[in-house]
Design a protein around this ligand. Sequence first.
Ligand code: BGC
Ligand code: ZN
Length: 386
Amino acid sequence: MKTMATPKSASSFVPSTATMRAIAVLPGQPGTAHLRQVPRPQLNEIPNGRGVLVRVLRVGVDGTDKEINAAEYGQAPPGDDYLIIGHEGFGRVEAVGPEVTELAVGDYVVATVRRPGTSLYDIIGTNDMTTDETYFERGINLRHGYLAEYYVEDVEFVVKVPSGLREIGVLLEPLTVVEKGIAQAYEIQRRLRVWHPRRAAVMGAGTIGLLAAMALRLRGLDVTVFGLRQKPYRNAELLEAIGARYISTKDTPIPEAAKEFGPWDIMFEATGNSFVVFESMQVLGKNGVLVLSSVTGGDNRIEIPADRINLQFVLGNKVMVGTVNANREYFETGVKDMAQCEAQFAGWMERLLTHPVKGIENVEELFRTLTTARDAIKVYCDIAPV
Ligand code: BGC
Ligand code: ZN
């Protein structure tokens, strides 16, 4: 009988206060990241008994958070003048609504970032492909994020992470951006009837570049990763540990490396620098696919050999595709890749968790680490023990 209206919750859990701590910014004003007391979300805010109350354990921060705190990006939800940031959340289920069968108290979870708008793509569950002008993203645009002690969400947007992956669960959201890009590339390449990609290039050796290299190695590709820094370099060592090749463009320019290690069947661009896109276009193999994932908010201009790039694309039947965000499907693929990565390269993903900042109250330290730590791969806020 489904008559119980009260949530199933951990027996010892009695909320002592109706507020909680969160990290927020005042959108439009640079450098305003601060700790504040905000109302604690309640399970019954989610309709149809489908709510999940999550205790937040860890939240990763990235370039998007930097831009939000620099007031280059991000809007507060309607009715509030602040935005709780954080979109790379990892937590544990504290309570579920009476109609939730997919998750139970104690499960480890990650919630997706974007919420549906009104376009056809939103309606069919692929809100990452929205054609709406306005998009809703938790911790980024018009919806509060996860850098708080708790959040509530509809179970539709909450993905279970097996407890064996709890140490690296905070890396799931960035991994999903990679998963979507790669899945889109494979989907596009069905145009070829037969596609056996053998060689991949990843532009950029930051968090996304490292995760892209890993996902491509798991798919059996020969992977070359380009970065600016010269060896010795921790990220190069990490790449070599999974059988990928690291090349500093200071040692070997991209066209020269392409002669030795290309032509590339698939390329994943994640440098954050739009110039690299046009360099990448010139070394993509015939029938190849180039995936673009850098969010470049500036207004940089360059001169390019337009005729030559166009000609090579036309004569080589090449494709270039942009990718942003990730829907639930890619979170589920991400969990599987994490598990395979642990089986194949045990402990590797944990090595990406370089810069924990303990305690949600340490806002200043969190942003200082994010903006100044030169060796950081993943900076994250350690809110509660995993
Ligand atoms: C997030 C994506 C989001 C994108 C654009 C990225 O940092 O990981 O989920 O769609 O920013 O706002
Ligand atoms: Zn992000």
